[in-house]
Write a protein that binds this ligand. Structure first.
Ligand SMILES: [Fe+2]
Length: 481
């Protein structure tokens, strides 16, 4: 293929230091382990990072525009194995670089502007675009589908679902057997980014980030997204099942930036409890407002915040939320067996300057353009107690995943696995923590390579991988218009 692409990456923070593109695929086995991996952990941690294959056409391209590069970390019998490969063939614009989930026997790499890519869960070979047997009627698919642990359903949506600049949201439910049980088209009050969402037993919530798309600006070569300080933070509340488009209620709160969802559920009074990372400033500072204004990255502070929404209320102004945890945090994860229901434990990335991180030492190697977190916090929402894990003075953490302890059904009883950037060795490490003794690692697995900052991943137990389902050829659709 002919190419006119530049042969060097721009001299920018997002392409240097630890963020220098890796552009390697391979397989490493029998890695060094400090400590001991419990023998009863058996499964795979899949995660994805943006990793540009080629220098970008845009010099100051956001760091997360890279091609999706998937890692699979397999743990079995107290041993560790790594296999990763670049996942994407360039058939559509998707770089499939945001999340990787396992559902109905399919490993799906996701980016919210396109349908998923299916991968072989063992070899990570790209199978191709996945349209759920042709049933996916939206052009886009969220990178944050939700999974109901009781029903086994996947609950998902696409925004800009009829193309760039369209206000349409397509909401759908997929049964554990892969059948679309419901498809519903909605119209959002503004064409906004909807990165994450939330699901309870009976409700679905769509938080709109006040980053707006103007199709004319886009056609004239402008950025897809522009921060709008005049736009409230809208939350669309929709009955999860059997809704019609006019059932959606657009609640609103003052202009602010909703980040990732921790969880949502209904309390005893039937009110919807929605726990989300919230910042008063534009977290996506690289997409400023129409005047070019953007906050300094160091001034952005996201907190774990709780909104309580009465679905029956006709007052669409949301009450001031409760700040559950005041620290600077993001990438909230829970024991996924408690998704959509009342829960108590939350694990997340935190930035705690007092932990002794050697910022002068690591600063020249950081690479830039992404939020940094030097610790993991295990937050007990009931007691307000925080356990903090600091991986080291030259380390930063990526998103954690929770692994349930074999045989235990107690919430949050198990392990946390997290990819750690070590700026001293300039290699990556996996740190395994027992949630009962969170402040010291159970094991540290040393990788002989550097993996860039990634976005999301998930743990798949070996038993679930073995019980892979088949995707139906053609199934009955819901109320698709
Ligand atoms: Fe995300």
């Amino acid at each position: 293929m002919e190419t006119t692409a530049a042969s060097r990456f721009p001299d920018r923070p997002q392409f240097s230091g630890f963020m220098k593109p890796c552009r390697v695929e391979g397989n490493v086995e029998h890695l060094e382990v400090l400590g001991e991996i419990p023998k009863n952990i058996d499964g795979t941690f899949y995660r994805v990072m943006p990793d540009p294959q080629l220098p970008p056409y845009i010099q100051d391209d956001p760091w997360f525009n890279g091609d999706g590069n998937i890692s699979a970390f397999k743990i079995k019998d107290g041993k560790y194995r790594n296999k990763f490969t670049d996942a994407v063939e360039f058939k559509v614009r998707s770089t499939a670089n945001t999340n990787v989930v396992f559902f109905n026997g399919q490993l799906l790499a996701l980016k919210e502007d396109s349908p998923p890519y299916a991968l072989d869960p063992t070899t990570l070979e790209t199978k191709g675009l996945h349209t759920f047997g042709g049933l996916l009627s939206s052009l886009t698919f969220t990178a944050h589908p939700k999974f109901d642990p009781k029903t086994g359903e996947m609950i998902c949506f696409g925004y800009e679902a009829k193309g760039d600049g369209t206000p349409d949201i397509c909401y759908y439910n997929v049964t554990p057997a892969g059948e679309f049980s419901q498809t519903l088209w909605l119209v959002a009050p503004v064409v906004a980014m909807i990165h994450d969402f939330a699901v309870t037993d009976n409700w679905v919530l769509f938080p709109l980030i006040p980053q707006l798309c103007d199709i004319d600006r886009l056609k004239q070569g402008g950025e897809h997204w522009q921060w709008s300080a005049d736009t409230p933070f809208y939350v669309g509340l929709l009955p999860r099942r059997g809704a019609i488009p006019s059932d959606v209620k657009w609640f609103q709160y003052k202009n602010s930036f909703p980040g990732h969802t921790a969880n949502a559920y209904e309390d005893d009074e039937g009110q919807v409890v929605f726990d989300v990372g919230l910042s008063e400033k534009n977290v996506f500072f690289w997409w400023p407002d129409s005047q070019g204004n953007a906050p300094a990255p160091s001034s952005i502070h996201s907190q774990l915040t709780r909104f309580i929404i009465n679905p029956r209320s006709n007052n669409l102004e949301l009450d001031y939320p409760e700040v559950l945890h005041s620290g600077n945090s993001e990438f909230y994860r829970i024991d996924d067996r408690f998704a959509t229901r009342k829960y108590r434990h939350c694990f997340f990335n935190s930035m705690i300057p007092e932990l002794g991180t050697d910022f002068p030492k690591i600063a020249p190697k950081l690479g830039g353009g992404y939020p940094l977190y030097n610790s993991l916090t295990h937050y007990d929402i009931m007691t307000g107690n925080s356990d903090v894990y600091c991986p080291g003075t030259t380390h930063m953490v990526q998103e954690p995943v929770f692994i349930p302890r074999k045989g235990s059904t107690e919430e949050a009883d198990g392990y946390i696995l997290v990819l750690v950037n070590n700026y001293d060795t300039m290699n990556s490490e996996l740190h395994l923590l027992d949630t009962k003794s969170f402040e010291r690692p159970q094991a540290v697995i040393l990788l002989p390579l550097r993996l860039r900052q990634g976005l999301h991943g998930n743990w798949v137990d070996a038993d679930d991988l073995r019980s892979s389902g088949e995707w139906p050829e053609r199934v009955v659709t819901g109320t698709d218009d």
